[in-house]
Design a protein around this ligand. Sequence first.
Ligand code: GLC
Length: 797
Amino acid sequence: MRNIIFILLFVVAFSYTYAEFEFAGNIKNYKVFDNRIEFELTNSKFNLYVIDNNIIRFRFTNQKDFSLAPSYAITYPLPSKSKFSLNDQEDRLIIKTDELIINISKKPCRISIYDTNNNLLNQDEESFGVAFDNDEVRCFKKLFNDEKFYGLGEKTDGLLRNGKQYKLWNTDFPAYTSRSDELYQSIPFFIGIRNYKAYGIFFDNTYKSYFNFGASNNRFYWFGAEGGEMDYYFIYGPDIKRVISDYTKLTGRIHLPPLWSLGYQQSRYSYYPESLVRTIANTFRERKIPCDVIYFDIHYMDEYRVFTWNKERFPDPEKLLRDLKNLGFKVVTIIDPGVKVDSNYFVAQEGVKNNLFARYPDGTFYQGEVWPSWAYFPDFTKEATRTWWGEKIGGFLNQGVEGIWNDMNEPAVWGQNFPDIVLFDDNGFTASHKKIHNVYGLSMAKATYDGLRKYSNKRHFILTRAGFSGIQRYAAVWTGDNIANDEHLYLACTMSLNMGLSGVPFIGSDVGGFIGEPSDELIIRWYQLGAFTPFFRGHSAIDTRFREPYTFGDFVEPDIKRAIQLRYKLLPFWYNEFYNSTQTGLPIMRAMFVNYQYDENSYYHDAQYQFMIGENLLVAPVLNSYDKFKKLYLPAGRWYDWDENKVIDGGKWIIKEVPINKIPIFLKEGGIIPMQEVLNYVGEKNVDSLQFLIFPSAKSEYTFYEDDGISYDNENGKYSLTKFLIEQNSKSIKLSVEKIKNDYQSSVKKYNLKFVGIDKPRKINLNKKEIKNYSYEANTLMIDLDVSNFITLELIY
Ligand code: GLC
């Protein structure tokens, strides 16, 4: 008898440990609603939502019901009604929208998605489809050998995801390498491209998740998670741009940041005491190296207590911040989530009293060790905590702080294993750390952003290390603790491109590398890249030598300064691209293939690391410290080589000499680039004239955006738009400039138009009258104009 019990116990234990995947099952019945179809399957429930003609949500659970907890990522409201047809055939259901045909077999339930020309776009693996193993959920898709995969946000191994498996679990990983997997951000969104047609899949699941793009098999790709639902959105393009744009329609787009945050930002772990901060600020101004921001890393605090100052190092922070402001500097302070366990400390007291920290299931507060030693962790998934935190941030801003830098919010603790059993509010639904871990940073950023919005109508800047899909709504992101070596210069580019492809446009790296010492050549190349990444900050670790641009000596400083100055010259252009991204969700710094999707070359070799800023400016960065020549690819069309002032025909690879002071940049024909004089900081003086670099093509258009760069008035329509239209034929080049929205009074009174790559015209008419005051030299024509609501200019040949 005892033996039998023993064997039974063994069998039970064995079958539990080695449970097998159970598949979603056969369709038993279904019900059609206004915006969805609800299916009863033998082993699960399945809801198909038609979000739009090209966006379908597929949601499966093997639980009794779907979760009612709101998504952390999706902000787009579910339409209550949508347009689709359903055709019930014997063995399958055919659902049609204006753009997609979804073919679902009944036994078993398997999904195939086609475009309206019956081209297969995506298909469940025929034997597997959606599967469950205890809490684990998976979706198996057919792998085509000619499909390319991109995305997943902050990943280090180049751009192409094929043949590899990835894990998403926010991780503090100082000195990561190009072979590391989990990092600070989790973005469960990827793009598939086959026959040049793109679709995207967003897997809305916050648990530890996995994505396998044919690693170790040639049959399927799969994605899944250790808990939650199999809830994914299929987004059809076929344009890559539309896929990213629609993904960010679902998960949100950036708000226009303050203009100063597009300038150069200077950081170090850490600048203290006060006298050092003053020296740094004064030296930037003395040496006329533009800079807008100084960062205060953890040493400004009183023993790392958030929302406090160390009074020995900073006896009068308000005065210091006022003085810095007078020098044109904004101050950004680090705010980590860990609140020091200390019964005499007001933040700890308030959090304990009001039950705002994460708890163990027995009700006691979790304590983890981090900079301040033992710390509580605010439960940012609880509304009361977010409101409280927002108020704390507001109070801190009263002292003159202009931006908040969220760090260690993976959340990171020494030992790197925040216990899974810790509980969070989950917006009233209660969930364990398993579900909340990946959205802890996102929730902290939300608390910070909402707090700042309530605090004033002024735009502030938020930077975060950790995040999840949707983080772009609240904060800029930097790529964490990198290293001062060539590998990381390359990563600074590829990781930023990956983030852009994954809906996070405001991105950059620690310029120069956080850990270790860069060589002279490396630091120059890094500043040259940094000047073309949306977020541009120099930062370095506690044990590195001082790294401010002027500390490198005569060989290096002028080249770094030139790169920073170029950034400031291009600020109107950058700001415009940020504005465009608020409207489209597209990356600002974007992998070239986003714009040249149908050009095979743009996906390969070094061309895949070339990038565009917006539509027409191509940057082919030098991504190591030693190259003196660069092989680069120019897509078809004519290109203006910026520093050599010459026009090159594209559709080919070229080799360009790249001495250390050169950044290879090219302007596509039709491109228009607004520029301004170099200032030492944003707002140093009113900008009253702008230069427009114009490289005419048969027809092109550019819309130029202006607002105050400071307040949220832009969201109430206080901005202006000026449309530039160029038309060129063999007899003339016509430019019309028209204010199409005029609800912001710009300080700009003069335009300097600089046409490049053109022959000398016979005659020039301004508003139909001939003018003579222009200059022409070396294929370049310069004309100064007064700004008015409507201008037509005709270059006649
Ligand atoms: C982390 C951050 C780094 C910061 C340091 C001290 O390592 O990633 O940027 O300087 O903490 O706060």
